[in-house]
Ligand binder design. Structure first.
Ligand code: BES
Ligand code: ZN
Ligand code: ZN
Length: 470
């Protein structure tokens, strides 16, 4: 799809007419129909024919509160009707705000996502030129929407990719290609380098797989100052079998999505590079496959970590926190960022607590929490803060090592994981952990099985935009 700006609407050609709830524009000027049986409700649309036999799609924006998820409506309209579109279609954007235009483009672009990448016969995509008509200047908004939609589709493709193809090395290749194309720096640390630098926790988790772990470091640093404003750390477990503490087989295939945090980190760094934001950001992805093998790490093992802290393994299925521990320690020691945010599909516990509607947010920083929460509502990628009370810490006591990776109790699982991570942040004042296990992968109206949601791209990009100098 291409997105262009046009000053005027050609009413004899196909167009999309956005309508607010119970406030339908007089459509008489566009169609012989006096009053359509349509009320502008959110996520609905109706097709009419204009005087010249052209298609007119009335699309419901709903109420103000629906603005945060406007992309859904445009995605639905495009997904269901674009096969009928000609080479071009217009969107009447005169009465839309900048945010609404951006969301509309994101939704239209999201409708281009093709989940059947591995089918032998692919569906033909229909390349359409979409022009947004407005007397205002909206070129940058269109571009931002297009880049954002494209990035969401790219990270969805990564999360949906099968784990035999999407190995840690595959994620590294993805990042290298993206870095070359978008023009940011990318370093891949492979086995030898990981050993040399002491990423012992990452190495332990990856021991049972022939697909060896990698750590990916992406750097977008356009500012003169060397100081890194934000470091993002992502959990990149390309398949989580649970390891020797093996998971039950029901829905095990969905554990290919255990790199949802890594996908957000990779996508956001690419996107902010394209948006040319004035801010220094480093992305760190710790990637491994948690597999079952004679070489696998075991419950009872005591392993080392990048920080030098020793960890007693109680459960090999609590592997995400181990790879993140190394990523966080690396960031604190070498990057020293102003803000440190990690994203991970970390616990089943957060899914039981918040379901599919919000990520679990953990931080001691009230300002960061409130900023992230506000952005979450604005882009409809919501977060909900969960506690970090000190009392939970005692659950991670180990008699024989510095810390253990699991309390062994079926209690406060998401908080316990967050407490574990915290002990590798050296009390960084601006650290936040987002547990995205419930939101990054799930049911979708566009697929029969669970699939990637694209959660996190808009949330983190908006956070970075807020911290970037204007
Ligand atoms: N990858 C899982 C968490 C997960 C669960 C992600 C459901 C997406 C959907 C994680 O590595 C895990 O297995 N966590 C365990 C930890 C436990 C063994 C301490 C959990 O939450 O059950
Ligand atoms: Zn696990
Ligand atoms: Zn996992």
């Amino acid at each position: 799809m291409t997105y262009k700006h046009a000053k005027t609407l050609n009413t004899s050609k196909d167009f999309i007419l956005p309508c607010r709830k119970d406030n339908l524009k007089s459509i008489k000027q566009f169609s012989p129909i006096n009053k359509p049986d349509f009320d502008g409700s959110f996520n609905t649309y109706q097709q009419l024919y204009g005087k010249d036999g052209n298609r007119i799609y009335l699309i419901g924006l709903g109420e103000e509160k629906h603005g945060a998820q406007l992309e859904n409506t445009f995605q639905k309209l495009a997904f269901e009707t674009q096969k009928h579109w000609d080479k071009s279609i217009q969107v009447y954007a005169e009465d839309l705000t900048e945010d609404e235009i951006k969301k509309a483009v994101i939704g239209l672009e999201m409708a281009q996502y093709e989940i059947g990448e591995y089918k032998s016969e692919k569906e033909k995509s229909n390349k359409v030129a979409i022009s947004f008509t407005s007397t205002k200047s909206i070129k940058d908004t269109l571009e931002e929407g297009k880049y954002t939609g494209e990035t969401i589709n790219k990270i969805k493709a990564l999360v949906d990719a099968p784990p035999n193809i999407k190995t840690p090395e595959f994620l590294g290749d993805w990042a290298e290609k993206s870095a070359k194309k978008a023009d940011y720096k990318c370093t891949i640390l492979k086995h030898k380098e990981l050993k040399k630098q002491g990423f012992e926790a990452v190495l332990s988790v990856g021991k049972g797989s022939v697909n060896k772990p990698v750590v990916i470091i992406t750097e977008y640093t356009p500012k003169k100052s060397k100081k890194v404003d934000i470091a993002l750390v992502g959990k990149g477990i390309t398949f989580d079998s649970g390891g020797l503490s093996i998971k039950p087989s029901t829905n095990l295939h969905y554990m290919k999505s255990d790199m949802g945090g890594a996908a957000v980190v990779l996508g956001v760094v690419e996107l902010i590079t394209k948006l040319k934001l004035d801010i220094n950001v480093v992305g760190i992805v710790c990637s491994a496959e948690n597999a079952v093998d004679a070489e696998s790490y075991r419950p009872g093992d005591v392993i080392n970590s990048y920080s030098g802290k020793t960890i007693e393994i109680i459960d090999t299925d609590a592997e995400g926190r181990l790879v993140l521990a190394d990523g966080l320690s690396y960031a604190v020691k070498n990057i020293k960022p102003e803000y440190l945010i990690d994203l991970a599909t970390l616990t089943g516990s957060v899914v039981r607590t918040l379901g599919y509607e919000a990520a679990g947010m953990f931080t001691h920083n009230k300002d960061m929490a409130s900023t992230m929460s506000d952005i979450g509502y604005k882009v409809h990628e919501r977060v909900w803060q969960l506690p970090m009370f000190e009392e939970y810490k005692s659950d991670l006591h180990s008699d024989i090592a510095d810390i253990r990776n699991f309390s062994g109790k079926p209690l406060a699982g998401a908080t316990n994981a967050a407490q574990f991570l915290e002990s590798f942040t050296e009390e960084h004042k601006n650290w936040m952990h987002l547990d995205i296990a419930g939101v990054s992968f799930g049911a979708s109206p566009y697929a029969k099985m669970k699939s990637a949601s694209g959660y996190g791209i808009q949330l983190i990009t908006e956070f970075i935009k807020k911290k970037a100098s204007k």
